[in-house]
Structures are given as C-alpha cells and as structure tokens.
Design a protein around this ligand. Structure first.
Ligand code: 5GP
Length: 192
C-alpha cells in the first residue's frame, strides 16, 4: 500500500485551524486523518479526550519525551504539546493522508528531518492582527494574560510563514479549506 502524505498545518493561535480542519476531515475524497496530539493543557469546553487531544499530566508527557515517543514536541505558552510518532506512522502506513496541526517550533523540528517527497507544509494566516485578537477573544477560553501571551506568540509565528510551502489566508474558513484541498490534491497528483 502506498504511504500517505504528511500534511503540516501551522498558523497562529485563533487563526481558525480547527474550523478549517473540520471542513477538510468531512471530505472523504481526501482520505485524511487528524493526528491527535498530546497536551498538558486543560481541556476547553466541548473538547474530548482522544479526539481533540490526549490530555495528559506533565509527568506522563515527560515520560513520553524520555522514551522518544514524540516526532516533535514543544512548550507553547506554558503548556506542552507533542505529536506521537507511532500514531502518525501507523496512519500513514495504512495509506491515510495525515494532518498534523502544530505550531511553528514543532513544525521546524519535523521539517528539518524531511525530504519533501511525501510531505507538505501549509501556513494559515489571517487578514490582520486585530481580526486574530477578535477571534481569540471570541473563543472565551483564555484569561487576559494568556490572550496577551498568545498574541505576542502570534506575531513571532507570522514572521515564520515564509518557511512553509504554502501560505493561505483564512478569511472564510470554507473557502480556505477548499484552497487547502486543492493544494493537497495537486501534491497527491505530483507524488504519484
Ligand atoms: P491550543 O492550546 O490553542 O489548542 O494549541 C496551541 C498551539 O499548539 C496551536 O498553534 C496548535 O496548533 C499547537 N499544537 C497542537 N498540538 C501540537 C503538537 O502536537 N505539537 C506542536 N508543536 N504544536 C501543537
């Protein structure tokens, strides 16, 4: 069986990666699976363990780090996030195209070990910082100091968009998902 594509999706907090992802996952033609990450962050209202993230303690996270279980991991605004190597490999070996939604530090770790043959990197950006702030505040999930921290982080992350194969602006999530679908389809055609 042909190995699936690795699709790295980054973009600042609040840009709408989750919404775009849900459109993409609804499209069976893309044969897509989402890589569920581990995090030490507390679940937000509505988030489900094993679906949105594997919510684990810091001790469990560090144990996985020591055992080399992460393809990449990072600290983001005071919480740890990591992609499970076996989770991604298993899905790709089953022929699934795997969407890995990670911030820029983790993406850099993954990208430096890749050969660009069956991987693709996409950076999601937003019309303005004001709009980003509106979206983060609209989520009502972070306290004021965390919102400020995430906005500062966003400014740093936006500077790194040029390291990605594609930059897509998320103005209307459904349209943005369509653009990403096109990018994935083109890549799949080229890698055949
Ligand atoms: P949030 O707390 O908003 O769910 O995620 C914070 C940031 O961490 C987002 O940019 C999200 O894409 C990123 N993220 C989620 N999972 C991972 C992961 O496994 N590794 C890395 N490096 N970043 C992740």
């Amino acid at each position: 069986m042909e190995k699936g594509l690795l699709i790295i999706l980054s973009g600042p907090s609040g840009v709408g990666k989750g919404t775009v992802r849900s459109y993409l996952l609804k499209d069976p033609s893309l044969n897509l699976a989402f890589s569920v990450s581990c995090t030490t962050r507390c679940p937000r209202a509505g988030e489900i363990n094993g679906v949105d993230y594997f919510f684990i303690s810091k001790e469990e996270f560090l144990d996985k780090v020591n055992k080399g279980e992460f393809l990449e991991y990072t600290d983001f605004c005071g919480n740890m996030y990591g992609t499970l190597r076996t989770y991604v490999d298993k899905l790709r070996d089953e022929g699934k195209n795997v969407l890995v939604e990670i911030e820029t530090n983790g993406a850099r770790q993954v990208l430096k070990n890749l050969h660009k043959q069956d991987e693709i990197s996409i950076f999601l950006t937003c019309p303005s910082l004001e709009e980003l702030e509106k979206r983060i505040r609209g989520r009502r999930s972070e306290c004021e100091c965390k919102i400020k921290e995430r906005l500062e982080k966003a400014k740093e992350e936006l500077k790194l968009a040029c390291n990605y194969d594609f930059v897509v602006s998320n103005i209307v999530p459904e349209d943005c998902a369509k653009q990403i679908k096109q990018i994935i389809e083109n890549k799949l055609k080229l890698s055949k």
